[in-house]
Design a binder for this molecule. Sequence first.
Ligand SMILES: [Zn+2]
Length: 117
Amino acid sequence: MKSIQLRYPQGKFKALTMSYDDGRNADKRLVDIFNRNGIKGTFHINSGLTGTLDRLEEGELGRTYEGHEASAHTLTHPTIARIPKELLVHEVMEDRKNLERIFGYTIRGMSYPGRLL
Ligand SMILES: [Zn+2]
């Protein structure tokens, strides 16, 4: 019987994944640490909140996360369990469209914002 063995790139058996939400200013320092140590991360961003509180400005996103993956996190970080479905579709799709415009590639991932209930 033939078997298929799945591997990560370069035949590696294990992978480390890092995942962070909200696009905070502290991500600049975090990404610098990742870059110096060959670590890749996925950063879930609310494109409708850039530049508010301690979040990165839209113009900083591309260079801050270069070489890492950008992912959706809804437009304005609502508590999903408390919003109408129509608004949920808007929050997800507009965030994805904005991020694809900003980063220039297809956004494939999403992190669920807020609490589950
Ligand atoms: Zn969040």
